[in-house]
Write a protein that binds this ligand. Structure first.
Ligand SMILES: [Zn+2]
Ligand SMILES: [Zn+2]
Length: 173
């Protein structure tokens, strides 16, 4: 979804659409959107000093637990509050541009076109958890035998201890 800045002169524009995973090249496997895709809503307004974009998004994702690779599902959602400045203008005037508009984040657009897909993809990546786990207490997989330590206690952690005992036993003999 792209917006031509020249079409905004008449005021604000409200946009509601669905973003599919294919349109988000930076969101990588194993993350998958559910079939409904990412629901995006935004209001775009040209304020002369910049273009304000406010809105929100939400999407249900399927991925793997970072520790035990079990399939997990959760919602990723967030709010948008951005001020977009033309990239070309920023380069020309460099440091002279005064950015004291409000507390919103600053982003850029180029060639008079706002790329909403990129904006929503950025916001998704910002909101996505650094570590996606099935549970905070997930014990993960054994690094030796690959067994799921949430379900079983494997013998790997016991072995070294056994060996020490057997060595001691031998020494005692
Ligand atoms: Zn897990
Ligand atoms: Zn093991």
């Amino acid at each position: 979804m792209q917006i031509q800045v020249s079409h905004l002169r008449t005021g604000s524009k409200e946009i509601e659409y669905t973003l599919s995973l294919i349109e988000c090249p930076r969101i990588k496997k194993p993350i998958i959107f559910n079939s409904e895709g990412m629901k995006c809503y935004c209001k775009v307004k040209d304020q002369g000093s910049g273009i304000f974009v406010t809105g929100n998004f939400s999407v249900f994702v399927k991925t793997e637990c970072d520790r035990c690779i079990k399939e997990i599902h959760f919602e990723v959602s967030g709010e948008l509050d951005l001020t977009l400045m033309p990239e070309e203008e920023m380069k020309e005037s460099d440091t002279d541009v005064e950015i004291s508009l409000n507390d919103s984040d600053i982003d850029y657009y180029s060639k008079g076109t706002i790329d909403l897909n990129k904006i929503f993809e950025d916001q998704f990546l910002l909101e996505y958890p650094l570590s996606a786990v099935c549970s905070e207490n997930c014990k993960g997989l054994c690094s030796e035998c690959g067994m799921d330590l949430n379900q079983t206690v494997c013998e790997c952690s016991k072995k070294p201890a056994n060996n020490v005992f057997s060595v001691l036993k031998k020494l005692q003999e």
